[in-house]
Design a protein around this ligand. Structure first.
Ligand code: CU
Length: 404
């Protein structure tokens, strides 16, 4: 079964790391093209809005600004990617989960049947989701064309910012989904209206965007405040089990709060701490005491259990620095943790692997076994000191546990 599946997966493997090189080339080309002044200014849909995140908060807007835009057939619009997102226009028909199952960032690794160290099943990263579709278009001089029959996607900013993607809309009147292949719930609509109907103007767009920012900010504050308290349960043996949040977000997923909440927690020696992933469209890790760079793991196919790929650069900085038999890694997987769930010293390495809400998993059509929704670390026998931990996936998502 593993052999057959690995044969089927060959094209994906090619998309994998081989695509990193061609993708980077495209990024360079489109940046060069962007320096050519545009003669007309197309309406711009922005994916995320880092400038609208309040100071001192580690949030992202998993939202398109504006979420809905109406255009006439033949209009050119632009997508500006300001966070780690894609802007992907898809033909009518399949719903968001089907789209993500076919094109999204995460998919089950069905042929690797061994459990991860944290007990979850293997989840593979579909690198193709991170690259432009089709490649080679999108500059102001050479916009991509969305005719309603095949997807157009920006790709994600893998190696620094990417130039805005220009898309000429030739699709007939109708509703077309705009999705992010990385974040479930990040979606909007492109509405192609007949010529006698009103299309979105620059003024309409500005109003929609400021309304959305105001409501997203309010939702972000509310979500952060709701999660910023520790639950505590007194155990029969006198120890406590604390429950805190590894990330949260607004219920509609438009704001994601990339914070450990509460950020600092004081406990007693012998207590336990449980982290719950409350974000509906972000995965996280709880990793002591530092970034292990294992949030994405490069693997080689080897029967029913994949084996680690061989580093080609020391120290490796990502999946591109690994090889399988001289070629790129066969696949890249999400962090399965190191299976260590008890921390007793400041140097001890304990990695939850990916923890994610059931909504996040369902968004990609992944089984509930694909990630843990919560992770517990025991501090039985721990030294009385301050323990630092972080999320390997999201920069700045850090916390401390102080053991008294
Ligand atoms: Cu995170």
């Amino acid at each position: 079964m593993a052999r057959a599946a690995s044969h089927v997966r060959q094209p994906l493997r090619r998309i994998g790391v081989a695509a990193i090189a061609s993708g980077l080339l495209l990024v360079t080309q489109s940046l060069a093209a962007a320096s050519v002044a545009a003669s007309t200014v197309p309406l711009t849909i922005t994916a995320d809005r880092p400038a609208a995140v309040p100071t001192g908060h580690n949030w992202a807007y998993n939202d398109f600004f504006p979420r809905t835009i109406s255009v006439h057939q033949g209009a050119t619009i632009q997508f500006a990617i300001e966070g780690f997102h894609t802007a992907t226009l898809v033909p009518p028909g399949p719903g968001p989960t089907s789209i993500r199952r076919a094109m999204g960032l995460l998919k089950p690794d069905g042929d690797d049947i061994a459990a991860n160290p944290n007990g979850s099943t293997h989840t593979q990263i579909n690198m193709g989701a991170l690259f432009p579709v089709p490649g080679g278009c999108g500059s102001t001089a050479h916009p991509c064309t969305f005719d309603g029959s095949s997807p157009v996607s920006s790709g994600a900013p893998l190696a620094g910012p990417i130039a805005p993607l220009n898309v000429k809309v030739t699709a007939k009147a109708g509703f077309y989904r705009l999705v992010c292949l990385i974040h479930p719930q990040m979606q909007g609509w492109l509405v192609v209206v007949p010529s006698e109907f009103h299309a979105t103007t620059a003024a309409d767009l500005a109003t929609q965007v400021s309304t959305q920012i105001a409501s997203d900010r309010a939702a972000g504050y509310a979500a952060e405040a709701a999660a910023n308290r520790a639950g505590v349960h007194l155990n029969a043996d006198g120890t406590r089990t604390w429950t805190i949040s590894a990330g949260t977000g607004s219920p509609n997923g438009h704001v994601t709060v990339l914070e450990m909440l509460p950020r600092n927690l004081s406990i007693r020696k012998g207590d336990k701490v449980t982290w719950v992933s409350r974000a509906t469209n972000e995965p996280h890790t709880v990793t002591f005491p530092r970034d292990l760079h294992t949030d994405m793991v490069a693997l080689c196919e080897s029967g029913a259990t994949d084996v680690p790929a061989i580093p080609t650069v020391t120290p490796p900085t990502g999946p591109q620095d690994f090889s399988c038999g001289g070629g790129p890694p066969d696949e890249v997987e999400f962090d399965g943790g190191n299976g260590v769930s008890r921390v007793t010293s400041r140097t001890m390495v304990s990695d939850s692997g990916v923890i994610a809400s059931s909504a996040e998993l369902a968004g990609f059509g992944l089984p509930s076994s694909a990630a843990r929704t919560r992770w517990t670390v025991s501090f039985v026998g721990a030294s009385r000191t301050t323990y630092h931990y972080l999320c390997q996936i999201h920069a700045g998502m850090v916390g401390t546990i102080v053991v008294h």
